[in-house]
Design a protein around this ligand. Structure first.
Ligand code: ADP
Ligand code: MG
Length: 322
């Protein structure tokens, strides 16, 4: 059995890369991080709990990827550039067969985004993974939830609903063909944080949020914080490749309120459509215009003909009953 310190040394300690803004990494009482002069730090934490956020038998490599991906997604939604992160880990046992792929999955994604693991905490206990991530953004350029303006377009990156479709398959809520489940599953296990798009949207988008609990609920946070309302074009929502072959009712439901998408929902002035599309192209991320910000409070859904839709959809809430 590995000791706590062997485990940290073996799986979570690497030489700090020269390109990183890190003066001191894992191994001291604190890490030392040097943000670029004049930048604001963007800071976010996300905790993933076994049985709550992932199945007990979750494959460790994709779990490592996903834990960091959901944190990177928060930086993306702020227009922040990743710098560093810490990892607080409770583990029932120190098994190399689990730790090796877990750290590889996590650190491969970290390398992709030049985001350095600089410290953390390790303890024995029920599996629980908490990451705190640090990014940098020029003052005044963060994509905040309270910045949507009346008349803005509402945009979505990528596609929605496949993670929820995979979950429905695993939970036997739906009987899915093997191929449909295989197509949808990567969206649940290995989400792609839209960091490059978030950076490209600095100075173009007004408000942004990442979609973790479902579009309706997450867009609702922008509306509440910006004190505006919105109309969503329910049939313009980009369904994931697997969800696209399902019936219209399911497509709407999972695209609007599925959750676990980690796409960006953002608003931008209608005058800046070309700039939004250029940012999407620059970052290699598809975007779709799916609605507009209105004066009137609340969220309205309309179909392809512009007729109002009355869909009873709730977004995910850990403390909602049942
Ligand atoms: P302290 O008791 O001073 O908080 P620890 O003994 O908990 O320090 O950790 C030793 C070093 O290893 C610290 O630099 C800490 O940040 C780092 N560390 C602990 N756990 C992890 C982890 N899971 N991933 C990365 N670094 C870790
Ligand atoms: Mg400690």
């Amino acid at each position: 059995m590995l000791s706590e310190f062997d485990l940290i040394a073996q799986y979570f300690t690497r030489p700090v890369r020269e390109t990183a803004r890190v003066a001191l990494g894992v191994g001291d009482d604190c890490a030392l991080v040097s943000p670029a002069p004049g930048m604001q730090l963007a800071i976010s934490s996300d905790m993933l709990v076994e049985g709550r956020h992932f199945f007990p038998d979750a494959e460790p490599r994709s779990l490592g990827h996903k834990c960091l991906a959901v944190n990177l997604s928060d930086l993306a939604a702020m227009g922040a550039r990743p710098v560093a992160f810490t990892l607080a880990l409770a583990l029932p046992e120190a098994r190399a067969e689990w730790l090796a792929p877990f750290s590889e999955g996590m650190l491969a994604l970290a390398d992709l985004h030049n985001c350095e693991l600089v410290g953390g905490d390790t303890t024995k206990g029920p599996l629980n993974i908490c990451i705190t991530i640090f990014g940098e953004v020029p003052p005044g350029q963060a994509l905040r939830r309270d910045a949507a303006l009346r008349g803005d377009d509402i945009w979505i990156s990528g596609s929605l609903g496949d993670a929820r479709l995979a979950l429905a398959g695993y939970r036997d809520e739906l009987t899915l063909p093997q191929k449909t489940l295989a197509d949808a599953a990567p969206r649940m296990h290995a989400p792609t944080p839209r960091v490059a798009l978030g950076l490209a949207l600095r100075g173009i988008a007004c408000a942004a949020i990442d979609i973790s609990d479902g579009l309706i609920g997450d867009l609702g946070h922008i509306l509440a914080r910006s004190r505006v309302g919105a109309t969503l074009f329910a049939d313009e929502l980009p369904a994931g490749a697997a969800l696209a072959s399902q019936d219209r009712e399911l497509r709407r439901r999972f695209a609007l309120a599925g959750g676990d998408d980690y796409e960006l929902c953002f608003t931008a002035s209608a005058e800046r459509r070309d700039e939004v599309l250029a940012a999407a192209q620059l970052s290699g991320t598809p975007v779709t215009r799916v609605g507009r910000i209105d004066d009137a409070a609340g969220l309205r859904l309309v179909d392809a003909a512009g007729a109002p839709l009355d869909l009873q959809l709730a977004s995910f809430d850990h403390f909602a009953s049942p």
